[in-house]
Design a protein around this ligand. Structure first.
Ligand code: AMP
Length: 218
């Protein structure tokens, strides 16, 4: 199938939607945030530099990100499509990515812009816990539909859940601003290509239903 690119502000549910799409279409979920967090967890010097930036909601440089993604999508498991979550985040990233794909006669695929108001993102961030092993994301809010079955434990792999170091109000505000300033201009660049779909992302089941409907009618 065609690749799927998810572009969204923080807390829009890219990770949760990706997990559902993986289960449905059996293509790999490539989260650049997860790839970077793996490097942080390795404790390398580069990981320490990344950690500092990520905690503050600052973007990692474009060249690094482009190499990371091109390398990842060249792996065999991505030959029949993939879900790109968290990349591209700047106009430079999308331009370089498109250029690299054009050279190999490959398509960008379908691009989904997930929309969520800041207030809802703030509400979500206060209860988010994630699995450090598989990247699954849960909420600790009692009325949430994405609570873990057993508190504090990942439903998928049994790992203990943790709070991400950038999940606090200050970092969220910063990441929202960075999204508006650096990521939203990508939409203007992509819109004329006719591959962009805007989807309301305030409720997970209807978001998945809408994305699936679009994918299956394209
Ligand atoms: P995410 O898990 O997608 O929210 O990403 C967490 C953090 O990783 C971001 O706030 C950035 O610091 C960094 N990051 C992830 N993807 C990218 C990217 N495509 N370009 C630059 N920085 C990124």
């Amino acid at each position: 199938m065609k690749p799927i690119i998810l572009i969204a502000p923080p807390q829009a549910g890219k990770g949760t939607l990706s997990k559902s799409l993986v289960a449905k279409y059996n293509i790999p979920h490539i989260s650049t945030g997860d790839l970077l967090r793996e490097e942080v967890a390795s404790g390398s010097d580069w990981g320490k530099e990344l950690d500092e930036k990520m905690k503050n909601g600052v973007l990692i440089d474009d060249d690094t990100m482009i190499k990371l993604v091109l390398n990842r999508i060249s792996k065999d498991d991505a030959a029949n499509g993939y879900i790109l979550d968290g990349f591209p985040r700047t106009v430079n990233q999308i331009k370089a990515f498109k250029e690299a794909l054009d050279k190999e006669n490959k398509e960008l695929g379908n691009v989904f812009i997930l929309e969520i108001p800041f207030e809802l993102a703030l509400e979500r961030v206060s209860g988010r816990v994630v699995c450090p092993k598989c990247g699954a994301s849960y909420s600790t809010h009692s009325d949430s539909k994405v609570r873990a079955k057993v508190d504090g434990i990942c439903d998928l792999c049994g790992e203990a859940l943790v709070v991400r170091s950038d999940d606090n109000e200050e970092s969220l505000r910063k990441r929202f601003d960075v999204y508006k300033e650096q990521t939203e201009p990508i939409i203007e660049y992509l819109e004329p290509m006719g591959i962009v779909f805007h989807v309301d992302s305030s409720e997970k089941d209807s978001t998945l239903a809408e994305v699936t409907r679009i994918l299956e009618s394209n």
